[in-house]
Design a protein around this ligand. Structure first.
Ligand code: PLP
Length: 399
């Protein structure tokens, strides 16, 4: 009898399954709107010029590949802090932030979750309904019971803020609230600054632990603008957690460049927290990889490269915005009665388009256009060549 005889086949990842079906589709005009990455107007994953420049310099310097410290590359961690909290943040001056290079935003969430489990073994985690599909599994994997708070309101294509706030105000003290800092995945629907102020207030009055997930800084309204929620938490004086990622903003998906930042109440706490999170990292993967962090640190700390990156990031953000505007206009021009204008107020790569799963099925079967059954589409998968056929097809399935 094999030791694996009782191992059951795990369910397929629904999004990867969609990609497999897309790849197997022989239609030449097929379009995959189910992806979670940014494609340029040629439908290609970009390699940013700022990254290419930094890589050239690094290749020429031919650095040896020693181990990094457990917490990662110092210059990188410092650059992450400045991007998240602002260069002149009093939190940084006061030594209140511990930052660890992590294996993508996912890695930041995971080491944060493992540390929290040691810190608060009985706390429960709350994620938005709906949320990035890995949030639940990741926190469950770290040993937490995971609940959901109301978030998306399908009737208004907006946030059910009253429901969200009521849920926050009813959570047991010490509960961990996972919050999308900007560009909510999968809905594209974000809170206003006023609403964030109320969230901070609820976190304070209920004694909750906020865990902000910042995977899309710069994809919404701008690098600084997208940090607004995080800055409100920073100003609050509360401790909190932030996972962040350069997968999207640097188009460095496979290099796994992210971070975990933990805001404490003072420098002494920071020192003790660092010592404990280092144990979590040491027993997981020992220390993080060098290349991606070195590239990001070089770009962020070299003025010309930083400027180039900011321009390229603005270009990605602007192209997505254009696709949102054009899709809505093109649907209108095709006589679609249904109001899709909410698509232009959503932020980031994704939209809960309001398409039903039956309509998504028709898009795929009749037109070779692939989307998630929930109606989530990736606006960054649209481009000047495919947007007309996509608008044609959507106009037909919603008619
Ligand atoms: N958090 C959210 C909300 C995401 O959408 C993603 C990626 O899609 C991540 C975290 C993970 O990012 P990374 O690829 O850097 O691990």
């Amino acid at each position: 009898q094999s030791m694996f005889a009782a191992v059951q086949l795990a369910p397929r990842d629904p999004i990867l399954g969609l990609t497999e079906a897309f790849n197997a589709d022989t239609r030449t005009n097929k379009v995959n709107l189910g992806v979670g990455v940014y494609y340029d107007d040629n439908g290609k994953l970009p390699l940013l010029a700022a990254v290419r420049e930094a890589e050239k310099t690094r290749l020429e310097a031919a650095p040896a590949r020693g181990y990094l410290p457990i917490e990662g590359f110092g210059a990188y961690n410092q650059a992450v802090q400045q991007l998240l909290f602002g260069k002149d943040s009093p939190l940084l001056a006061a030594g209140r932030v511990a930052t660890f290079e992590a294996l993508g935003g996912t890695g930041g969430l995971k080491i944060g979750a493992d540390f929290l489990k040691r810190l608060a073994p009985n706390a429960e985690v709350w994620i938005s309904d709906p949320s990035w599909e890995n949030h639940r599994a990741l926190f469950e994997g770290a040993g937490f019971k995971v609940n959901a708070y109301p978030y998306y309101d399908s009737a208004s294509h907006g946030v059910n803020f009253a429901g969200m706030l009521a849920a926050l105000n009813a959570m047991p003290s010490g509960s961990i609230a996972v919050l999308h800092a900007c560009c909510h995945n999968p809905t594209g629907v974000d809170l206003s600054v006023e609403q964030w102020k109320q969230v901070v207030q609820a976190v304070r009055s209920r004694g909750l632990v906020a865990f902000l997930d910042m995977a899309y800084q710069g994809f919404g309204d701008g690098i600084e603008e997208d940090a607004a929620a995080l800055r409100l938490f920073a100003d609050s004086g509360l401790p909190f957690f932030v996972s962040s990622s350069f997968s999207k903003s640097f188009s460095l998906y496979g290099e796994r460049v992210g971070a975990l930042s933990i805001v404490t109440l003072d420098r002494d706490e920071t020192t003790r927290v660092i010592s404990q999170v280092k144990r979590v990292i040491r027993t997981n993967y020992s220390n993080p990889p060098t290349h991606g962090a070195a590239i990001v640190a070089a770009v962020l700390s070299t003025p010309e490269l930083r400027k180039l990156w900011e321009q390229e990031l603005a270009g990605m953000r602007e192209r997505i915005r254009q696709m949102r505007v054009q899709l809505v206009e093109k649907l209108k021009a095709r006589g679609v009665k249904q109001d899709f204008s909410f698509v232009t107020t959503q932020r980031g790569m994704f939209s809960y388009s309001g398409l039903t799963s039956a309509q998504v099925d028709r898009l795929r079967e009749e037109f070779g256009i692939y989307a998630i059954a929930t109606g989530r589409i990736c606006l960054a998968a649209l481009n000047s060549r495919n947007i007309d056929p996509v608008a044609d097809a959507i106009a037909k399935v919603v008619a």
